[in-house]
Design a protein around this ligand. Structure first.
Ligand code: SAM
Ligand code: DTB
Ligand code: SF4
Length: 318
């Protein structure tokens, strides 16, 4: 099937602004051509290095310059990461995402340790994704050789709105890193955050950038801002559920074969609100009691939701 990578802003806007139920129905039709209805990929986050980041991302509790109440720690030992990833796998996770509060990867002891961690976790029979900030092509290749499946690097918002939220790097830096991961043969995970103060137009532009990456990112996380005390965006309004559903459904229609991940922000959504997101084409979530530093629904809560909605957990396919 021909996958379109040249969606125009006008086309995207027309999809995004359809009457909500029509939009959800269309997204569901596209979804069912490529995925099994109700099957959800479970991805679990492990923050392998927490806090103290030199960047100024306005949403992020891990930026050193904001005074937030998080438990910082240096790079975790391999054994600890392995133990956490085994627990997550036992609870049904088929993908583990390792996150580090770095601006960029630096060659040296810590990166060597990350490579060992990636190798060890991937030998457990789960997909491994890393999100470590900017990286060089050689570093991307070394991660790939260590067994990494995917690299996460979010574009977060539109190019035009980017410098309203982040000033210590620019949008092109993000695109370049994504390209390096791609060139090294890694799958790409890239998405954004709703609720940064952006307009609907910014969301449409962000979706256009993502859907013009060729090939499309294999995973597209759609986060809603988790407002954290001490960050510049702590007082932002929460995103209305219908706006989240519109973004998910549009992403599903534009990128029919990608995993669309209902990411940060699930804690504030009811089961029926999340059901709407799954109907709109979301087929992946982050599981586990914490995201990187903020709370997420507990495993029991999610298990109950899976039973209520008749969802199934996707098996590992590495
Ligand atoms: N430092 C690396 C980077 O920025 O690429 C990797 C870790 S960073 C925490 C990963 C992603 O988490 C960010 O790109 C952003 O999309 C998301 N994120 C961070 N704080 C968030 C928040 N408060 N609410 C929603 N998403 C958030
Ligand atoms: C993504 O898009 N969202 C995840 C993961 N990829 C790395 C991170 C969400 C972080 C939410 C804030 C926190 O817990 O620190
Ligand atoms: Fe650092 Fe990533 Fe947080 Fe930005 S989002 S402050 S780069 S950890």
């Amino acid at each position: 099937m021909n996958i379109k990578t040249d969606w125009s802003l006008q086309e995207i806007k027309e999809i995004h602004d359809l009457p909500l139920l029509k939009l959800v129905l269309q997204a569901q039709e596209v979804h069912s051509l490529h995925f099994k209805l109700g099957e959800v990929q479970m991805s679990s986050l492990i923050s392998i290095k927490t806090g103290g980041c030199p960047e100024d991302c306005g949403y992020c509790p891990q930026a050193a310059r904001y005074h937030t109440d998080i438990k910082k720690h240096p790079l975790m030992q391999k054994e600890e990461v392995l133990s956490l990833s085994r627990k997550a796998k036992d609870k049904g996770a088929s993908r583990i995402c390792l996150g580090a509060a770095w601006r960029e990867v630096r060659d040296g002891e810590d990166f060597d340790k990350v490579l060992e961690i990636v190798k060890a976790v991937s030998e457990e029979g789960v997909q491994v994704c890393c999100t470590l900030g900017m990286l060089s092509e050689n570093q991307a290749q070394r991660l790939k050789a260590a067994g990494l499946s995917a690299y996460n690097h979010n574009i977060d918002t539109s190019e035009a709105y980017y410098d309203k939220v982040i000033k210590t790097r620019n949008f092109d830096d993000r695109i370049n890193t994504i390209q390096k991961a791609r060139d090294a043969g890694l799958s790409v995970c890239s998405g954004g955050i709703l609720g940064l103060g952006e307009s609907i137009d910014d969301r449409i532009k962000m979706l256009q950038t993502l859907s013009s990456l060729s090939p499309h990112p294999e995973s597209v996380p759609i986060n809603t801002l988790v407002p954290v005390k001490g960050t510049p965006l702590e007082k932002n309004d929460s995103v209305a559920i219908e706006e989240l559903v519109r973004a998910i459904a549009t992403a599903r229609i534009l990128m029919p074969q990608s995993f669309i991940r209902l990411s940060a922000g699930r804690l504030e959504r009811s089961v029926s609100e999340q059901a709407l997101c799954f109907l709109a084409g979301a087929n992946s979530i982050f599981t586990g009691d914490t995201l990187l530093t903020t709370p997420n629904p507990t495993e029991d809560t999610d298990d109950k939701m899976f039973r209520t909605l008749g969802l199934t957990k996707m098996a590992v396919h590495v």
